[in-house]
Ligand binder design. Structure first.
Ligand code: CAA
Length: 388
């Protein structure tokens, strides 16, 4: 078993870390306070290759692989989770899905602009009445010969306002249940599309989350991804990959909070010595570091499995479940170590605690991850069997 990272992976990790610390950190409190979308920063991330990390070079991607993507996600999530969620959706749900399942024509049309960050993508699955129960799609894509007519409302859409490309999951034939659902690429500037107000959220506040409404939106049938009725399986399959991205985000949030707590504990003195020399604090740091290492193993292994072409569905669900749970504890403890300073914005840890919560909710709640894992256990897909 080789736990070392390649030269290239280390370089990508360092580039992401430098970018996060030097470019993202200076304005992150301000952006979070005012819900300011990081438009220019996402553009730079696109130029650096961070938005098309799984896309082959022939389609304009940086083709760095899943583990490298996770390393970059982790560094960016230590600082700015509005940027990292946009990055995760773009790489896992949009680019990877199009590359894996769309027609050659769609790949050529859409991937170069998405991989370069020229256009941001969004994944439109959730609805007012279809969250965890994703088969209950009310949005319809009626087959009208050479085009679909899309009607309905999508909710909680990450990148909803600023995206140029939407992947819309919609019901074409309700009688067929999940086998009547399609995934369709829609240009966000098509006639009949409107977006709602930005949500006023607890965390990831500068990410543009909003509803997207469709009224008689006409889309060529050639924009459908895969065969007729493949949309639900498409959504499930890309979400497996998305869960690795969100697990990496949760890991980064934990790492960011830990790093701040460790520095603070070395500098802050109480009772005549740095507080990291008091057992109450040093034991907290020891527990936090151990949890982070455990999560890292799970997240990196899920990424490695995807890189190797193995079935990673269960590994991704486990990694997201565990990494998002420890992010709650670790960010909370990081605030505790900072005392009163941790409770104010200037010290960054309170934002990381607010950002951590969403990782237990989006791209499948913790309860949905347990459902996926327990179903796999019942099917006899033992986790270790998928590795050896
Ligand atoms: N890959 C491919 N196909 C899959 C699959 C997977 N991982 N999981 C299930 N399927 C297939 C099944 O094989 C089945 O097909 P057949 O009937 O042909 O055999 C079909 O999909 C239906 O599967 P289930 O019967 O298991 O479906 P279900 O209704 O029980 O739902 C679920 C399963 C796991 C609960 C699913 O609905 C789910 O994951 N829900 C959560 C949705 C979610 O994650 N939403 C996140 C929104 S996107 C977001 O948050 C992005 C963002 O902006 C940050």
């Amino acid at each position: 078993m080789d736990f070392s990272l390649s030269e290239e992976q280390l370089m990508i990790q360092k580039a992401a870390r430098d970018f996060a610390q030097n470019e993202l950190k200076p304005g992150v409190i301000e952006r979070d306070s005012h819900k300011t979308h990081p438009t220019a920063l996402l553009k730079t991330m696109g130029e650096m290759g961070f938005l098309g990390m799984l896309v082959k070079s022939e389609y304009g991607g940086s083709e760095m692989g899943v583990l490298a993507y996770v390393l970059a996600m982790e560094e960016i999530s230590k600082v700015d989770n509005s940027c990292s969620v946009a990055m995760s959706v773009q790489n896992s749900l949009v680019c990877d899905g199009v590359q894996k399942y769309a027609s050659e024509e769609l790949k050529k049309n859409y991937l170069p602009q998405l991989a370069s960050g020229e256009k941001i993508g969004a994944f439109l699955l959730s609805e007012p009445e279809a969250g965890s129960d994703a088969t209950s799609q009310r949005t319809t894509a009626i087959d009208n010969g050479d085009h679909y007519l899309i009607n309905g409302t999508k909710n909680w859409i990450t990148n909803g306002k600023f995206a140029g490309v939407y992947i819309v999951i919609a019901q074409t034939d309700a009688d067929k249940g999940h086998r009547g659902i399609n995934a369709i690429i829609v240009d966000a500037d098509s006639d009949g599309i409107t977006t709602g107000e930005l949500e006023d959220k607890l965390g990831i506040r500068s990410s543009d989350t909003c509803s997207v409404m469709f009224q008689d939106v006409k889309v060529p049938k050639s924009n459908r991804i895969g065969d007729d009725g493949f949309g639900f399986k498409f959504a499930m399959s890309v979400l497996d990959g998305g869960r690795i991205g969100i697990a990496a985000q949760a890991l980064g949030i934990s790492g960011g909070a830990y790093e701040l707590a460790e520095i603070y504990a070395g500098e802050r003195k109480a009772f005549g010595k740095p507080i990291n020399e008091h057992q109450a604090i040093s034991f907290k740091l020891a527990e936090m570091a151990t949890q982070i290492e455990a999560a890292k193993m799970m997240v990196y292994r899920a990424a490695w499995m995807k890189d190797k072409g193995m079935d990673y569905s269960q590994a991704a669900a486990m990694a997201k479940l565990f990494a998002s749970d420890i992010a709650q504890t670790i960010t909370n403890e990081a605030i505790q170590i900072h005392g009163g300073y941790g409770y104010v914005k200037e010290y960054h840890v309170e934002r990381l605690m607010r950002d951590a919560k969403i990782t237990q909710i989006y791209e499948g709640t913790s309860e949905i991850q347990k459902l996926v894992i327990s179903r796999n256990i019942r099917k006899g897909t033992l986790y270790l069997k998928t590795v050896v």
